[in-house]
Design a protein around this ligand. Structure first.
Ligand SMILES: NC(=O)c1ccc[n+]([C@@H]2O[C@H](COP(=O)([O-])OP(=O)(O)OC[C@H]3O[C@@H](n4cnc5c(N)ncnc54)[C@H](OP(=O)(O)O)[C@@H]3O)[C@@H](O)[C@H]2O)c1
Length: 355
């Protein structure tokens, strides 16, 4: 099979590097263009990038010239690009990604700018792949030849993978969540070492709002050309902690019907979605892994489960007044960012292959 050609926007950043690494040797995709800011454009990828992922710099892109992040520059790369994966900052994405879609590119993005628009799918492939149907409406309404699909906020992505199976067995009335989020979630120059070493910071701009709104859209129901938001009361409290990769979330949850921790554990363990059904390359065998050890999950020990695509649940127990409590850990830069976006791309590619 000829591989689909892909571009990565914002390829020099933390999420961009994850894209490049996960896409090297990918069975469906081949990186044909890399972009970043005008500071990096024109340089070789290895010169423009402060590589943060240890050994294994992908040789195929070492000497690739970094392009400006514009549709014209990507069109000029010499290949027909099938998917554009974006890791641009949100402020840049707001203008640029619609310009890409309008020029005919299929964009899958990590940026938050467009996530909550009615006609833009916000996807966790195991949870709500059926929301991709919004694309037909999006293209008609906006007159785009291309399209935009969005990836959720990292903490939300991790959380919804555990909420969906519980919602399916018992319904959910309310969720309270407290996060302990890794520094990589803030991007390459997001949190300085002087701010975070020996410290924890009880504020992450806009994070609580994103968790509270995006969760309801992802768990919502597709009704015609819109998503009816889930009827769940979600309250989040977000903290930055001195961990490199891996967001830990303490979840307190009230179901609509009484349910035992054992029943919830079974629902989490047996949860599968479209990526598993289609046996997609990046689909973990188990999207949710449940650990019985009293002191797990932990970021350093558990963030690479399922190659970073599984989330890990532990400390599942009953709380007071019928509430359930558990802790979930997910790899914010893989499942919470580049990995989830590539999985969305794999769902799209699989549908093109079967057309
Ligand atoms: N980190 C996470 O865990 C995570 C999770 C989910 C979503 N996200 C989202 O993913 C996106 C990327 O995050 P990140 O952590 O990778 O950020 P980052 O490390 O700061 O990287 C930003 C990238 O965008 C490029 N860029 C910056 N300004 C630009 C401009 N004006 N025009 C074109 N390109 C520009 C940078 O290029 P230069 O190197 O040339 O400056 C770099 O390649 C953000 O929207 C973020 O909110 C991040």
């Amino acid at each position: 099979m000829d591989k689909f050609k892909v571009a990565v926007l914002g390829a020099t950043g933390l999420v961009g590097q994850r894209f490049v690494k996960l896409l090297s040797d990918h069975p469906f995709f081949e990186v044909a263009a890399l972009t970043a800011s005008s500071r990096s454009a024109g340089k070789r990828y290895c010169e423009a990038t402060k590589w943060m992922l240890g050994s294994g710099f992908p040789e195929a892109v070492r000497d690739m010239k970094v392009l400006e992040s514009s549709p014209e520059a990507v069109k000029g790369c010499g290949y027909n690009i099938d998917i554009v994966f974006s890791a641009l900052p949100s402020s840049t994405a707001r203008e640029l990604e619609p310009a890409f879609a309008s020029s005919g590119f299929n964009v899958v993005t990590n940026a938050s700018a467009l996530r909550m628009f009615d006609d833009i799918p916000l996807i966790v492939p195991e949870v709500n792949s059926n929301h991709m149907k919004l694309i037909e409406h999006q293209r008609r309404r906006r007159g785009w030849r291309g399209l935009i699909v969005t990836n959720p906020n990292c903490s939300t992505c991790i959380l919804t993978l555990t909420l969906k199976p519980i919602m399916d067995v018992a319904g959910i009335e309310a969720v309270h969540v407290t996060t302990l989020q890794a520094v990589s979630g803030a991007g390459f120059s997001g949190v300085t070492s002087m701010a975070i070493l020996d410290n924890a910071i009880p504020f992450i701009a806009n994070e609580e709002e994103k968790m509270q709104t995006e969760t309801l859209k992802i768990l919502g129901t597709l009704e015609g050309e819109t998503i009816k938001q889930a009827d769940i009361s979600v309250s989040a409290s977000c903290n930055r902690v001195c961990v490199l990769d891996g967001h830990l979330e303490c979840v307190f949850l009230k179901t609509r019907r009484p349910v035992s921790p054992e029943e919830v554990k079974e629902a989490l363990k047996s949860f599968k979605g479209l990526p598993q059904e289609l046996k997609l390359p990046l689909a973990p065998t188990s999207p949710v892994i449940v650990k019985d050890e009293v002191d797990r999950p932990q970021p350093r020990l558990d963030r690479d489960e399922g190659k970073g695509m599984s989330v890990v649940v532990g400390r599942l127990r009953s709380g007071r007044d019928g509430w359930l409590k558990y802790v979930v850990l997910g790899n914010n830069v893989v499942r919470g960012a580049a990995g989830n976006a590539i999985l969305i791309g794999e769902v799209m590619a699989k549908s093109w292959l079967s057309d």
